[in-house]
Write a protein that binds this ligand. Structure first.
Ligand SMILES: NC(=O)C1=CN([C@@H]2O[C@H](COP(=O)(O)OP(=O)(O)OC[C@H]3O[C@@H](n4cnc5c(N)ncnc54)[C@H](O)[C@@H]3O)[C@@H](O)[C@H]2O)[C@H](O)CC1
Ligand code: K
Length: 520
């Protein structure tokens, strides 16, 4: 099942409702501490005699830490606790927890550096969802001490969020904790799935507090392999190639054949009935040579001011034979490509995927983006392209607003790609590798999205394809080296990545890939 993701404000509302139902804040804190205790013991592999240092702040995150100290002592671990703001700063529930800890025979160490000496595991209970902005002292100094200890090999468990990480936006303060395990409490917070925050969390574990209700609507979803595989097409038995979908790729101006080759390969490797690539004459030959499975043809001269109307009309006519059109990779810039993109957005009665130069062209004619249209539109901008469309700084956690404004599915590419469809659904991608941060991998993705939508325009499939592309990047990185993966290797890895997502551990001669209905 896809994992639902919430904002910290939503989780606070869940808390408030739980209080209304009669659950006490104290009970929630005890449950939180129970999850932390398990995470600490799971990480170390044992509990009795384990030396655990817990750094606490003055809010409820610190209160969770004090409750944890007591629980760890109960199972024979040796907890060392430091309240970095000083024990006298505690009020309310954290003060109650401090008193329970002292009554249990616990002590408090005043300096974080001193508390950290000899720790087997450390726990970050400094700042939680109540914090905002750059951590100030004494938190700042404590975070540095924790980082120095981690650099010596002592693992860190973060309570709810790594301190200094914004659990809503995924941004990270200059001084923030890097954890090995993060126990996120109540429900998974969306910002922790986004980058750069995701890189600070280590393993993400959800600590259920019993506050999530059926009516709680997540702001986003995260797919795993199985979820993504079930969303992706599986060819029906007896289908012929036209029924398996036809993709038209419009890409590759003169001298820009590489992008056209990669987009065409993305579509072919993702599996579809027919792929046709329309490119400039020289590029067409390159595509035909590199991807024999695809049909190729040329579009007219988009550079010719007098003739680009004819070229545009020709592309629109050819699109009649396709189920989906993908346009943009290596399309070039200028009046011709802009006129073509505008015509496709305004007049095509087919799902349309716009990438790269086509997104740039769209930024030249913003009115085309907001006008009503008949076709499903998918935009796959990287951060620079998205910035041109929104005309200002990009916030990927706002992808759903962009999608609603434009009536388009927005694939905001980058680490932790966010996919948002205009019907309000959003997905944060959990797969991927830094290996994908190289020229041409986006072209592969646009071709894959075209192939997947050719069978059925289910927009959740776009998010599933982003996940699949991420897995292909990981597979290519594992076969080679993350620093030495070219986009063509990502395309090569697309089929095996799908097989692995389907639960196939690797090639076994004669063993068929299980069909979806047999896997459920
Ligand atoms: N349902 C749940 O998820 C539960 C969560 N619990 C824990 O409670 C925290 C949130 O607690 P809260 O008291 O609201 O906030 P913090 O602990 O994060 O403390 C904030 C504290 O720090 C001050 N502050 C804010 N910003 C800064 C800054 N930049 N620098 C320094 N200091 C800052 C602020 O004034 C406050 O005093 C949640 O994360 C969970 O861990 C419950 O225990 C169980 C239910
Ligand atoms: K924390």
């Amino acid at each position: 099942m896809p994992t639902p993701l919430f904002t910290p404000a939503q989780v606070r509302e869940m808390d408030a409702r739980a209080f209304d139902r009669g659950t006490s804040a104290d009970a929630l804190m005890e449950r939180a501490a129970g999850h932390l205790e398990r995470a600490v013991r799971d990480l170390a592999g044992y509990g009795y005699g384990l030396r655990v240092t817990i750094l606490c702040g003055k809010g409820n995150n610190g209160g969770d830490g004090l409750a944890l100290a007591r629980r760890l002592t109960d199972v024979g671990a040796r907890a060392t606790v430091c309240v970095v703001t000083g024990e006298e700063t505690l009020e309310g529930l954290p003060a109650v927890q401090r008193d329970r800890w002292l009554a249990r025979g616990g002590t408090l160490v005043s300096s974080p550096q001193e508390a950290l000496v000899g720790a087997d595991v450390t726990v970050d209970c400094l700042l939680g969802t109540g914090a905002a902005g750059e951590p100030r002292d004494p938190y700042r100094t404590a975070i540095a001490a924790l980082a120095a200890e981690r650099a010596q090999g002592t693992p860190v468990v973060a309570c709810d969020v790594p301190s200094g990480v914004d659990a809503e936006t995924g941004t990270v303060a200059e001084r923030a904790v890097t954890a090995d395990v993060t126990v996120t409490l109540g429900a998974e917070k969306v910002g922790l799935r986004m980058w750069p925050a995701r890189g600070r969390c280590g393993d993400l574990v959800t600590g259920d507090l019993g506050i999530l209700e059926r009516r709680d609507e997540p702001v986003a979803w995260s797919l795993d392999d199985r979820d993504a595989d079930h969303l992706l097409p599986f060819p029906p038995p007896g289908a012929h190639k036209r029924q398996r979908g036809r993709v038209l790729i419009v890409a590759g101006a003169q001298g820009m054949s590489g992008a056209a080759v990669l987009a065409t390969r993305g579509a072919v490797e993702a599996g579809v009935g027919l792929v046709t690539c329309l490119a400039a004459p020289g590029s067409r030959d390159a595509v035909a040579g590199a991807v024999p499975e695809a049909l190729t043809a040329t579009f007219g001269d988009l550079d010719d001011r007098d003739d680009h109307d004819a070229a545009v009309a020709d592309v629109l006519a050819r699109a009649q034979d396709a189920d989906v059109v993908v346009a943009g990779p290596g399309l070039g810039r200028g009046g011709g490509p802009t006129a073509l993109v505008r015509a496709l957005v305004e007049r095509l009665e087919r799902p349309l995927v716009l990438d790269a130069d086509a997104v740039n062209a769209l930024a030249e004619v913003p009115e085309a983006l907001t006008a009503p249209r008949a076709n499903a539109l998918v935009l796959t901008p990287h951060e620079g392209e998205l910035a041109r469309l929104v005309d200002g700084p990009v916030q990927r956690n706002r992808a759903s607003e962009y999608a609603a404004d434009w009536g388009a599915t927005v694939v905001a590419k980058g680490p932790g790609t966010v996919t948002a469809s205009p019907d309000g659904r959003t997905w944060v991608c959990a797969s991927g590798s830094v290996a994908l941060a190289t020229g041409g991998t986006g072209d592969v993705l646009s071709g894959m999205i075209g192939a997947v939508l050719a069978g059925d325009v289910d927009l959740a499939r776009v998010a599933a394809t982003v996940h699949w592309h991420g897995r292909a990047g990981e597979a290519a990185a594992a076969l080679r080296h993350p620093a030495a993966v070219r986009a063509g290797a990502v395309a090569d890895a697309v089929p095996t990545a799908r097989a692995r997502m389907a639960g196939d551990p690797g090639p076994r001669p004669g063993a068929p890939i299980p069909r979806p209905e047999d896997r459920r």
